[in-house]
Design a protein around this ligand. Structure first.
Ligand code: PGA
Ligand code: ZN
Length: 428
């Protein structure tokens, strides 16, 4: 039966912020079908693939009719007749058709939805779940999750400056147990906020709204929540996504909440103080994307005991990961397929990181849908870690729940990667 692509159909659907987004269905000659959806970031790296929007007054400028037209027109023309089993060839064709370094012609939202749809169609044709299609005969592990407990930064109206206060259930024996531990901490944090008279709903990714007087107070509250839930700090650790490009750059970091400004060295002292005082095992984008020297200094200072992740700093780009490995700028990469714009480019960034024994965290965006593809990528590629936001709101829970189903399907062989499985350390 032929796995050649017969039809490509784009439609507008709506994401977790009520904004339009691109969904693509790909139909093969053998009847196999696949569906891909583009997520959307709010704190974006300047070098990531362009999220093509219509602009203008309607829908706040977030319309996707240009991106849909690109899929239904030139993209469909280009890939109809290609073999869905050759993902690399399809993605290479998309890159060549676009012809720009950041997918600004077709839109990264158009290309990633198409690329993911082709991948799903190939798995459907093979009659296996996507994670198994990606893994082939290789053994896979269940990823260590990073789960947001308090939102912040661009996801919470900049109520606090730090973007994500997350937990990592490093002491769990399985993904299922990791979810139970997370549920206990999430609930404990909500109760502590309640008692302090500060429970005000949730932020964009489902984490509790950060009604705090300082950024460090959120860390204190998170540590108290872990304690209240009855976990030791070697069982439940903290991960921070500083997303520092949102409040810093050109060597200056200004915390709006505290009304304090730091140079890179002073800011790194603040972060190192937090790492010393709280059970922090992972820090993402500690400095701004333009601060390669700051990244290197932070990694030199704490990289032997803390995972240092590049998100805006690396934008899921294999070449930037290569350079960061050479420069020892960090020791882990966040992998967001829509930052790259195709599945194959995302995979290339993952493989470069893997070969350097770096940590690899497959990640959702703050604007998401019920789509669960990233869970399959994390497991099928054996990335070791998965970050999809908090433990509330169905666009997040759909992903955790999908991982639980896969763990159940794998059965007793479903080893949990845990912290050792991130393969990031030591960097020096
Ligand atoms: P974004 O942020 O999806 O809003 O860009 C997520 C992250 O920084 O990890
Ligand atoms: Zn980030």
């Amino acid at each position: 039966m032929s796995t050649l692509i017969q039809q490509v159909i784009a439609r507008r659907i709506w994401d977790s912020r009520g904004r339009p987004t691109v969904e693509v269905d790909v139909v093969l000659r053998n009847g196999g079908r696949g569906r891909g959806v583009a997520p959307a970031g709010a704190s974006r790296g300047s070098r990531e693939a362009v999220d093509l929007r219509d602009g203008g007054g309607a829908l706040g400028g977030f319309g996707v009719s240009l991106a849909l037209a690109n899929v239904n027109g030139p993209i469909a023309q280009c890939i109809v007749g290609m073999d869905a089993m050759d993902q690399q060839a399809v993605d290479d064709a998309l890159v060549a058709l676009d012809g720009t370094p950041t997918k600004s012609a077709l839109g990264g939202n158009a290309t990633i939805a198409t690329s993911l749809a082709v991948l799903h169609a190939a798995a459907a044709s093979a009659g296996v779940p996507l994670w198994r299609h990606l893994a082939g005969d290789r053994a896979v592990r269940m990823p260590l999750p990073e789960i947001q407990i308090f939102g912040g930064g661009a996801h919470a109206g900049r109520r606090v400056d730090i973007q994500d206060f997350l937990v990592m259930p490093v002491g769990a024996a399985s993904f299922d147990e990791a979810m139970v531990m997370t549920a206990e901490v999430y609930r404990a944090a909500g109760e502590l906020m309640d008692r302090a008279g500060r429970r005000c709903g949730v932020a964009d990714e489902g984490g509790w709204w950060p009604d705090f007087k300082s950024n460090e107070e959120a860390l204190e509250m998170l540590t108290r929540a872990i304690d209240a839930a009855g976990f030791r700090h070697d069982q439940m650790a903290i991960s921070l996504d500083v997303a520092a490009s949102e409040f810093g750059g050109k060597g200056r970091y200004t915390l709006g909440l505290e009304q304090r400004s730091y140079d890179t060295g002073e800011w790194l002292d603040v972060l190192q103080g937090w790492v010393a005082r709280y059970p922090i095992l992972s820090v993402e984008d500690p400095v701004a994307e333009d601060d390669a020297e700051g990244m290197r200094a932070f990694t030199a200072a704490v990289g032997d005991r803390v995972q240092v992740i590049g998100d805006d700093f690396l934008v899921t780009d294999a070449q930037l990961v290569r350079e960061a490995i050479a420069n020892k700028s960090c020791n882990a990469v966040l992998l967001k397929p829509n930052q790259a714009g195709t599945v194959s480019e995302t995979r290339a960034a993952m493989e470069v990181a893997r070969d350097a024994q770096w940590g690899r965290v497959v990640s959702a965006r703050s604007g998401e849908t019920e789509d669960v593809a990233i869970v399959h990528l994390a497991i099928g590629w054996d990335a070791g870690q998965l970050k999809v936001g908090s433990f509330a709101r169905s666009e997040r829970m759909a992903k955790w729940n999908e991982a639980l189903r896969i763990e159940g399907d794998i059965g007793v062989q479903a080893a949990y990667a845990g912290y050792a499985g991130r393969k990031a350390l030591p960097i020096a």
